[in-house]
Design a binder for this molecule. Structure first.
Ligand code: ZN
Length: 145
């Protein structure tokens, strides 16, 4: 798999120094998501108060794409309101289903655009989506509590 080298660096940096990768004991929802095709696994805790995502923390194992992507997603969601956060997830899913035809909106996805090239590799899309889908799941559960 070849990705743009600058983007490669962003991904590697998140992989080596993942953000929010320490589960917090307080949360309004916790989910565990796995990607059996690659062996990626994450547990993700979310706190949503008054429709604002006040905390996202996670722990997991897996490939660099899954771990970096979860780091990027977690950092992006903190401080957003629930609706905004779900729009960001949709924007990222849309990018991942673009088969390499889209570059992503950096204003919305920030470091997430570094993963744009993954959309050309069907086997890796689930790796990239894992953290985002886990967040979405947790956020929806949390808003129902
Ligand atoms: Zn993976």
């Amino acid at each position: 798999m070849e990705l743009d080298s600058l983007y490669q660096e962003v991904i590697l940096d998140h992989y080596k120094h993942p953000l929010n990768k320490e589960l917090k004991s307080q949360f309004t929802a916790q989910v565990h998501h796995v990607n059996p095709s690659c062996g990626d696994e994450i547990t993700l805790n979310v706190t949503i108060e008054n429709q604002i995502v006040t905390s996202v923390s996670w722990d997991g194992v897996g490939c660099s794409i899954s771990q970096a992507s979860t780091s990027i997603a977690s950092d992006l969601m903190i401080g957003k309101n629930l609706d905004q956060a779900l729009v960001i997830v949709e924007s990222f899913s849309d990018l991942m289903s673009s088969k390499g035809t889209k570059t992503g909106d950096e204003e919305i996805l920030e470091d997430g655009v570094a993963l744009a090239g993954v959309s050309k590799f069907p086997a890796r899309i689930k790796c990239a989506l894992l953290g985002w889908m886990a967040f979405k799941d947790a956020a929806i559960q949390s808003s129902k509590n």
